[in-house]
Design a protein around this ligand. Structure first.
Ligand SMILES: Nc1ncnc2c1ncn2[C@@H]1O[C@H](COP(=O)(O)OP(=O)(O)OP(=O)(O)O)[C@@H](O)[C@H]1O
Ligand SMILES: [Mg+2]
Length: 257
């Protein structure tokens, strides 16, 4: 079982409590959308799940593949099959996209089999070409330094390419739709849809209904003030589009009006 189970998660950033008891289960094969106003803790949750050192877990647990991963290093979490597409992808000058991906594939293979010799270059080339074609990316991107000078949309495509190549079991995608033009949104969404299947769980953080028109979520959760305050189906995202968040603020805190 590689379900992701978040239990009563409390997280401090710079000694301020940002997550105040998050509960969430994402099973493999399911797509969950996480929505909510700016500054409510969505990215904090994604960084915490990947083990960013600046995010201090003060209470609660995160279970993945049958173990509490809170004490694991980020690379150990990645080797387990967790993947995070950042809201603001990092630039790594001097490391090409292809090299970065080959290193990532090989380090994961080595965890599974210490004697592994790494992916053969022709096989790797084939894999990259196939996945880049799905995402309609120019093959020249493989030779460019990771995210260096990539446009906003190109960075997002590069992230979905990483996902396609690394085949994670649980992907957390933080605003993968932001900054994408209409065509890119469709292409990236289709790319995610081709990865969808019984072996992949997805937590998709987004502000807009747009991407959810392409990637139909099984569940939609709303985060407010560091907690998930509402869960529903994809109709909940439609409702938000029309109503905004005020009805939830009132529900979460009757004294807020
Ligand atoms: N490294 C940090 N230092 C200081 N404050 C931080 C840090 N990281 C997060 N915060 C604070 O935590 C709160 C939640 O931020 P977070 O980025 O998780 O919000 P978000 O829900 O992802 O918002 P958005 O929709 O704008 O991306 C904000 O008030 C933010 O300023
Ligand atoms: Mg964010």
């Amino acid at each position: 079982m590689s379900d992701l189970e978040i239990r009563n998660l409390h997280v401090n950033v710079n000694n301020r409590e940002i997550l105040k008891g998050v509960n969430l289960i994402v099973r493999r094969g399911e797509v969950h959308a996480l929505m909510g106003p700016n500054g409510t803790g969505k990215s904090t949750l994604s960084y915490t799940l990947m083990g960013h050192p600046g995010y201090e877990v003060t209470e609660g647990e995160v279970w993945f593949k049958g173990q509490n991963i809170i004490e694991l290093e980020p690379d150990q979490r990645a080797h387990l099959g967790l993947f995070l597409a950042f809201q603001y992808p990092v630039v790594i000058p001097g490391v090409s996209l292809a090299n970065f991906l080959r290193t990532a594939i090989n380090s994961r293979r080595k965890v599974e089999n210490p004697d592994d010799k790494g992916i053969a270059i022709p096989e790797f080339r084939r894999l990259m070409k196939e996945k880049m074609d799905v995402l309609q990316m120019d093959h020249a991107f493989a030779g460019r330094y990771l995210n260096d000078g990539f446009s906003g949309g190109e960075k997002k495509r590069a992230e979905v390419l990483q996902m396609a190549v690394l085949k994670p079991e649980m992907a957390i995608m933080d605003e993968t739709d932001s900054g994408l033009d209409i065509d890119a949104l469709r292409i990236v969404s289709e790319g995610v849809n081709t990865l969808r299947g019984p072996d992949l769980g997805v937590l998709l953080i987004t502000h807009y209904h747009r991407m959810l028109n392409y990637i139909k979520p099984d569940y939609v959760h709303i985060m407010l003030g560091g907690r998930i305050v509402e869960t529903g189906g994809s109709e909940l995202a439609m409702h938000l589009e029309e109503q905004g968040y005020d009805w939830l603020r009132e529900k979460a805190d009757p004294l807020s009006i």
